[in-house]
Design a protein around this ligand. Structure first.
Ligand SMILES: Cc1cc2nc3c(=O)[nH]c(=O)nc-3n(C[C@H](O)[C@H](O)[C@H](O)COP(=O)(O)OP(=O)(O)OC[C@H]3O[C@@H](n4cnc5c(N)ncnc54)[C@H](O)[C@@H]3O)c2cc1C
Length: 276
């Protein structure tokens, strides 16, 4: 990691694009010569709104060239709101990158099943980008995306392109629709019937609310995917990002230091314990 994991590097907001009513995608560029190390799919940065606070946000695209960073932020509270309100040109602090990558580069020739709920699509978008860039190295590729309502859909341009790409099976469902919606309605796990994969040769990555991931994992296992081929991203509330403060502890693990991407086999004993 460049510099200290404690000290934020200055980045400026170089562009903002609206995804939906409470979600924006930012491009950030370093202000001076110092930049954080390149970030990989699955990793996250701590974004610091000066005087307000710092939050973990996953990398949501790897397409712009280093050192530009892309992050998608949902307005849920104090820090995310203040970041979203920053005008282009304003400065924030960035610490990172933190955490392991999705093991996408190590699973060549496998079928891939990505299951995303809501903003859980943000950390999986770089995986889709990587796979499409190296398409010949993978078998069947399925992306199942569930969100609350058609108004909550993000990455519209990408989704149109993924839906029209015959090399990837992109399926979307909403919990509640409006009358003109012609797509799927229901929970994302129902889409698994529309996915094409050979379970014994499949790797699955999941990101979304923990309850969604729990049921998503059960659906993967029921479909015959081996539990050591299932990975998830645990987006627990965290503060320090270096395994000291304990805010993000799950059993013996720190989500910030040992995750946020975990093999399911590591998280299995803890996922069913409520309030953990
Ligand atoms: C590794 C990791 C990657 C993440 N990536 C993204 C991302 O790419 N895009 C994105 O929009 N968000 C992401 N998040 C979630 C984001 O960090 C939280 O939404 C943010 O910390 C909320 O801070 P706040 O000050 O805006 O809200 P607060 O005022 O702190 O909280 C508002 C509400 O959100 C809840 N909350 C706070 N943090 C979390 C959390 N981590 N998970 C669930 N609920 C939370 C609080 O309990 C409260 O109910 C990620 C979280 C982690 C741990």
């Amino acid at each position: 990691m460049n510099g200290s994991p404690w000290n934020p590097v200055l980045y400026k907001v170089s562009s903002k694009s609206i995804e939906n009513a409470d979600l924006l995608t930012f491009e950030l560029d370093p202000v001076g010569d110092e930049a954080i190390d390149p970030i990989a799919p699955g990793q996250f940065n701590m974004l610091y709104a000066f005087g307000i606070g710092e939050i973990p946000i996953s990398v949501s695209s790897i397409l712009p060239s280093y050192p530009t960073l892309v992050h998608t932020i949902q307005d849920v509270g104090r820090v995310s709101k203040s970041l979203i309100q920053l005008p282009v040109g304003d400065i924030i602090g960035v610490r990172g990158p933190f955490g392991p990558e999705w093991p996408v580069a190590q699973v060549k020739s496998k079928d891939v099943l990505l299951i995303a709920g809501g903003v859980g699509l943000c950390p999986l978008r770089p995986v889709i980008e990587y796979i499409l860039d190296h398409r010949e190295q993978f078998g069947e590729v399925n992306v199942l995306f569930g969100t609350r309502h058609p108004d909550n859909i993000i990455y519209h341009r990408d989704i149109i392109s993924w839906q029209s790409d015959p090399s990837i099976n992109f399926q979307i469902t909403v919990d509640h629709a409006f009358p003109s919606w012609r797509g799927n309605v229901g929970v994302v796990t129902h889409l698994i019937d529309k996915a094409k994969f050979y379970p014994e040769n499949t790797i699955s990555f999941l990101c979304g609310p923990e309850v969604m991931m729990r049921f998503g994992i059960y659906a993967c296992l029921d479909a015959g995917i081996s539990e050591d081929m299932v990975y998830l991203s645990m987006e627990r509330n965290m503060k320090c990002a270096i395994g000291l403060c304990g805010h993000c502890q799950v059993g013996p693990y720190f989500t910030c230091k040992d995750g946020a991407v975990f093999p399911y086999t590591m998280m299995k004993p803890y996922l069913n314990i409520s309030e953990l």
